[in-house]
Design a binder for this molecule. Structure first.
Ligand code: CAA
Length: 270
């Protein structure tokens, strides 16, 4: 599969893993309207391919990272100086849709955080399924230092990752977490010494994902997102529906057959 050239993103596919690199290093990859538009188009393109490929699954995982010394240093502060309150609402809603599009992709998305992930950058990372970080990464929601509040999901997703107490402290103070503290807080799942190791680590995880049933991985992702924050009984009801759905897939038939035959499964992806 091929992507068009984007003004602010680089795309690369290797071994069914798509890497999307936010590429505006002069502005530390700040999420201008143009970056958001490019992300919309790129995520639409991946989603189209994955919903129309009839089991081919040319992409089994996505990595989002940043060019240069930042992952993403936030919403574009320069652009925001000219926004009216209504413009700001539209800007926020538009990026919310991007974060939901990431959640709705039927493959895992890893944020490979190479440097600053501040404000909208931390929010972009938290919209991914898993956050990996290099030792150079730092995280924070410094909006209050600008007279702002999180606008791309931080008030909702940060407490989900780190719990309400630490989330409040971070949102009230704008304090940054270094990579180690972010890992201890549960924001970061795995920490790597260098950016090369970080990208290799994300690739290795997605290679492992690519050996599993694509239909089951997509269903697990959908179930996890649909049940997040629900009362236990409601979450369990959704899980039972997913379990039912899995039993209607060819992947389930192949996976269980291969296990009993002591063979490696060859999943049809449906
Ligand atoms: N928006 C626009 N431009 C930005 C930017 C941003 N968020 N962050 C950095 N830049 C620009 C700088 O203005 C600078 O541009 P010039 O060279 O033209 O002056 C360039 O990127 C390099 O930045 P610095 O010189 O500041 O680099 P540094 O290494 O000294 O500092 C930094 C790095 C600590 C990340 C610092 O740039 C910084 O604090 N950036 C802003 C971080 C921030 O507050 N993010 C939250 C934004 S609000 C938000 O995101 C709201 C929301 O939830 C939607």
């Amino acid at each position: 599969m091929q992507f068009p050239a984007y003004a602010t993103l680089l795309t690369d596919i290797r071994d069914t893993v798509l890497t999307i690199t936010v590429n505006r290093p002069d502005a530390l990859n700040a999420l201008s309207s143009r970056v958001i538009e490019d992300l919309e188009h790129c995520l639409d393109a991946v989603s189209d391919v994955l919903t129309n490929d009839d089991g081919a699954w040319p992409v089994r995982g996505v990595i989002i990272t940043g060019a240069g010394k930042a992952f993403v240093a936030g919403a574009d502060i320069r652009e925001m100086t000219a926004m009216s309150p209504d413009d700001a609402h539209a800007y926020s809603s538009r990026m919310h849709q991007v974060t939901l599009a990431i959640e709705q992709l039927p493959v895992p998305v890893i944020a490979a955080v190479n440097g600053f992930a501040l404000g909208g950058g931390c929010e972009l990372a938290m919209a991914c399924d898993v956050i990996y970080a290099a030792s150079t990464a730092s995280f924070g929601q410094p909006e209050v230092s600008l007279g702002l509040v999180p606008g791309f999901g931080g008030s909702v997703r940060l407490p989900q990752y780190v719990g309400p107490g630490l989330a409040r402290e971070l949102l009230f103070t704008g304090r940054r977490l270094d990579a180690g503290e972010a890992q201890r807080a549960g924001l970061v799942t795995a920490l790597f010494d260098t950016v090369d190791d970080l990208l290799d680590g994300a690739h290795s995880t997605l290679a492992l994902v690519a050996r599993q049933s694509p239909a089951a991985v997509a269903l697990v992702k959908r179930t996890l997102i649909a049940t997040l924050g629900l009362p236990t009984d409601e979450g369990l009801a959704i899980e039972a529906e997913s379990f039912r759905t899995a039993f209607a897939t060819e992947d389930k038939a192949e996976g269980t057959r291969a296990f009993l035959a002591k063979e490696h499964p060859s999943f049809p992806g449906r």
